[in-house]
Design a binder for this molecule. Structure first.
Ligand SMILES: Nc1nc2c(ncn2[C@@H]2O[C@H](COP(=O)(O)OP(=O)(O)OP(=O)(O)O)[C@@H](O)[C@H]2O)c(=O)[nH]1
Ligand SMILES: [Mg+2]
Length: 301
């Protein structure tokens, strides 16, 4: 086909959200490693390709984001490196499937933080290239699924609203090939792929903490450290005022203080690591050939 091209689509989401299952359903591949327990299964990003409607579709399956309430600098760094490398090779994304298991109940603080980071990585211009696919609908009886539907819809007026208003589409993904291909066709509707905000920003300045996503993670770390410091000061003040008579209670407070101090240390180390992280875009010769041509100029091979 004359206008055949490769459509590149990334899969992101929590560990166990069903990213690899989605890739397997879409491609018909039976040999992909699908998780069984709660532990994360996919360890490194890899690609799966297949043909659809005369195009080559390549899905990038990625390791899951974890559900901890702490902002994770290592995950941001590995996403940034992957995006920087593919950008350097001139491989831009057509779209992203953000998989979200509906087994999660109401919106949590960690989901909120994670979504803010994802939005910062993408940038508003890329929201229209996002399909938010909720998974695990078949895991519920009809009545429980009805309750989940309310939570699914609440997210569209809550944490996903900004994305939806700028063109992201929410799908109920029913774990079938047809459902997966419908989402992929939806994301294949653009004539060209596009750079994400993080890629454009890293090209200008390779310091991760200077990007919008880096700033977002840094401000989340700062907020958590500040909150812990306030709580710690309050406990110390109360200890001092009460001069607690009960020894056991004093010991409990000591443990609590130690745990909080340890947590502050962990968060501080992460913040320092973020400030020292540089992610360079290495431009390969291939970029000259594969970057999309400006105007009407066509690149000849
Ligand atoms: N019932 C049901 N189970 C699903 C669905 N999607 C995935 N699963 C199951 O959920 C578990 C995790 O699925 P994976 O596809 O490995 O999840 P993942 O997002 O790739 O996880 P990581 O690689 O750890 O990030 C597996 O046991 C799947 O069989 C779904 O839509 N419905
Ligand atoms: Mg996986």
């Amino acid at each position: 086909m004359g206008n055949e091209r490769e459509i590149l689509i990334g899969l992101i989401g929590l560990t166990g959200a069903g990213k690899t299952t989605f890739a397997s359903r879409a491609s018909g591949r039976q040999d992909l490693h699908i998780g069984h327990g709660a532990d994360s299964c996919t360890q490194y990003p890899y690609t799966v390709s297949f043909r659809l409607d005369g195009h080559r579709v390549t899905l990038i399956d990625t390791p899951g984001l974890d559900d901890s309430a702490r902002p994770d600098v290592d995950i941001l760094e590995s996403i940034a490196k992957y995006l920087a490398d593919s950008y350097g090779q001139g491989r831009l994304l057509d779209g992203l499937v953000f998989l979200h298991p509906i087994t999660i109940g109401r919106v949590t603080g960690s989901e909120n933080m994670r979504t803010r980071v994802i939005k910062a990585i993408l940038g508003e211009d890329a929201f229209k290239r996002v399909a938010i696919a909720t998974t695990m609908w078949d895991a519920f009886r009809a009545d429980a699924a009805a309750a989940k539907r309310v939570q699914h819809e609440e997210r569209q007026v809550g944490i996903w609203r900004a994305m939806c208003e700028r063109g992201a589409t929410v799908f109920k993904h029913y774990d079938t090939r047809e459902s997966a291909l419908g989402i992929i066709r939806h994301l294949s509707r653009f004539a060209e792929p596009a750079a994400l905000k993080l890629q454009v920003e890293l090209e200008r300045d390779s310091r991760l903490h200077m990007t919008t996503a880096g700033r977002e993670v840094e401000s989340q770390l700062r907020e958590q450290i500040e909150l812990l410091e306030i709580q710690l000061a309050a406990i110390r003040l109360q200890n001092y005022q009460d001069e607690l008579a009960d020894e056991d209670e004093l010991d409990d407070k000591d443990d609590e203080i130690k745990d909080m101090e340890k947590e502050i240390d962990v968060l501080t180390v992460r913040r320092e690591k973020l400030r020292g992280t540089v992610v360079r875009i290495k431009t390969f010769l291939a970029t000259i050939f594969t970057r999309r041509p400006r105007g009407k100029v066509r690149v000849r091979w």
